[in-house]
Design a protein around this ligand. Structure first.
Ligand SMILES: *Cc1c(COP(=O)(O)O)cnc(C)c1O
Length: 365
């Protein structure tokens, strides 16, 4: 086998092609059209929430949600130090300050104990991230939030369909946000969604998404809004993916189980771990080795790439980036060097997983 195995690729079938063709033939190519409403309805139903608002990507979904709950300059939003940069950047867009909490080494999600230590009188919201498909400890986070009168926004960009105690993510705080980038659980090319049970917040997000244009007086704008709309073409792709989402999630779980079977009993090596109150979705297979440090890990990734296997490093602690202030987050700073993500996508075959795992075993330090 000498084909290069990428880390990710979308699953596009005839259904996706048919839906997008139908949308483009209809002439409704911008942000009005039947697929937008249908995608929002399908997604809300899937998450078990009352409302969903489709937007142009996951990053603006976070920004819009923060603006809608009136986060502004001088406010602080607590986020995990171990996440994709968009979580922190969206906080910066509002003028507020992201405050970095440490993570739980098992779930890789924000540690509720660390959240408590980061609360100040400027804290307005907590934004846990369901990282790599594992839900954050929402019960503990909700208790802390209600004790301090804080909003909770779930960054569920990587966790469509993940559950805690039988409840799907996206409806466990004031709102949830999702991404439909090409490598996520489902894709619309670029795209995002805000999910909520709060009618006022829903209406506010819809208003702000569309230049804050008055519902009853066209071209009247009583505040600063945005163009954060999703197109009907993107939503058509999303509707096709929603018809297949259960299948897409099951396949990722099977891929994870397969990796687990091939890579068990290797000293110091572990794949994604989860807490029993959760049902994660396997957005990306995570592999950690106690023998990795940043340079041995990067060398390992280079070697397996030369043999046809792509991988990607764990996220760096966000607070280490030049635009943020350094944070005291020892777990995030220890974990990030030890981990990589392995190819995880619908069309990955059993034979390819077998091949990948042999390459891994032959190159581990
Ligand atoms: C992908 C992602 C986002 C941003 O989504 P985009 O659609 O790429 O803008 C936000 N947060 C996390 C944790 C992500 O993985």
């Amino acid at each position: 086998m000498n084909k290069f195995i990428p880390i990710s690729q979308p699953s596009i079938t005839q259904k996706e092609i048919d839906f997008v063709n139908d949308a483009i033939r209809s002439g409704w190519v911008s942000s009005i059209g039947k697929y937008i409403d249908r995608f929002e309805n399908d997604f809300a139903k899937f998450c078990g929430v009352k409302y969903a608002v489709a937007v142009s990507n996951g990053t603006v979904a976070i920004h819009l949600a923060l603006v809608a709950i009136n986060i502004k300059e001088g406010d602080e939003v607590i986020i995990p130090d171990f996440t994709f940069i968009a979580t922190a950047n969206a906080v910066l867009y509002t003028g507020a300050t992201p405050v970095f909490a440490d993570i739980d080494p098992v779930s890789l999600c924000i540690d509720p104990g660390s959240i408590k230590r980061k609360i100040t009188n400027r804290t307005r919201a907590i934004m846990p991230v369901h990282l790599y498909g594992h839900p954050a400890d929402m019960n503990a986070i909700s208790r802390i939030a209600s004790g301090h009168d804080l909003y909770v926004i779930e960054d569920a960009a990587e966790a469509h369909g993940a559950e805690i105690n039988g409840l799907k993510v996206g409806g466990l705080g004031i709102c949830g946000i999702f991404s439909f980038y090409g490598n996520k659980i489902i894709t619309t090319g670029e795209g995002g969604m805000i999910t909520t049970n709060d009618q006022a917040l829903y209406e506010r997000c819809r208003l702000l998404r569309d230049h804050a244009m008055d519902k009853n007086k066209r071209y009247w704008h009583s505040e600063k809004g945005f163009n954060y709309r999703m197109t009907n073409l993107q939503a058509a792709l999303g509707c096709a993916q929603m018809e297949r989402i259960d299948e897409l999630i099951i396949k990722r779980k099977n891929i994870f189980d397969s990796y687990q079977k091939h890579l068990k009993n290797i000293p110091g090596l572990r794949l994604n771990r989860s807490h029993d109150y959760t049902k994660p979705v396997h957005w990306l297979v995570c592999m950690e080795s106690d023998k990795f440090n940043e340079s041995t890990r990067d060398l390992f990734m280079k070697k397996i790439k030369e043999q046809g296997v792509d991988s990607r490093p764990y996220f760096y602690p966000v607070s280490d980036m030049p635009m943020f202030r350094k944070a005291d987050t020892p777990v995030a700073h220890e974990v990030y060097k030890k981990g990589i993500n392995l190819p995880t996508y619908f069309d990955l075959t059993e034979a390819e997983i077998d091949f990948i795992c042999n390459v891994i075993k032959n190159n581990l330090p």
